[in-house]
Write a protein that binds this ligand. Sequence first.
Ligand code: PMP
Length: 348
Amino acid sequence: MHALVDGVDILNFASNDYLGLAGDARLVEAAKEALDRQGSGAGASRLIIGNHREHVELERDVAAWVGVEAVQLFNSGYAANTGVLTALLREGDVVFSDELNHASIVDGCRLSRATIAVYKHRDLAGLEQLLKQHAGRRRIVVTETVFSMDGDIVDTASLAEISRRHGAHLIVDEAHAMGVMGPEGRGVESKADIVIGTFGKALGSFGAFAATTHAIADLLWNRARPLIFSTGLPPHVAAASRRAVQIARSSEGETRREKLRAVIARFRAAVPLAGGEASVPIASWLIGEDRQTAELGHRLFEAGFLVGAVRPPTVPPGTARLRISFSAAHTVEHVQQLVEVARRLVVR
Ligand code: PMP
């Protein structure tokens, strides 16, 4: 988990490469093999002539992994969220969105022209209240499962139950859970109508998907504008993602997840007050004051550690924090070093 920044070797605690696959030789090999066979570009939108074997094989493998009928690839998680939300929602519908949802979800809601009902972070009672208020309209609930800035998790079982009881569809974004959480790393395992995942984080590649039913996948293929009006993913990128999925599902994937859990546990033992769930590879170390947080991030960088120094407006005022993300490529010694140096700097 080293990174070269301006020629200086630093330990990287700021990337989303949770399984340490982004530099893996097998992903590189899979991409090279496809590059040699298919060339460097898809050639057009998949709906025109840009549909390649690598896309279809990847969709089939992800469907088997996540345990759904069908998967629709997208060129990124941003394109997946905006594409899915705009394909399914129209004026007059209501979309219920957690206040801390990712910008790609916020933008998808806005572009859809549906009425947007924002509920407080993970407040399922508040969500239910809003669902009742908007009874009689077509309704979709959308949330991340693992939240990217706080490292906390929504109660997906209750969320699915509430959505079903009120006749609303549920979309979950598992960007920070896919590859990391659940059996075979297939996510938080909610009973959602659509699960969004990205290949750009734990899977060390690029691109994204919506895992769902045949009927919804067909609808996305025909209506999702980022699919229709954009060149397909380069086939070699899909080939690398496919290799990453195979690794994530395998016993090696499980070994990597165990390593990751050990690294997270070491940090949480040393910094028990850090925010985020014990199983999530994101910890938020609250500092509070903006300038102090920026200064601390800078000093940590000078000491050889890259962490996110997150300040408003990304997070609410007064909650500036270090966002630290962990990887199976870290060792517990790396974590120990980070904690010791950070402590020394905070105290000063
Ligand atoms: N959803 C969430 C929750 C994310 O954190 C991100 C990436 N920051 C995305 C979607 C976008 O994914 P991608 O990087 O594949 O566009």
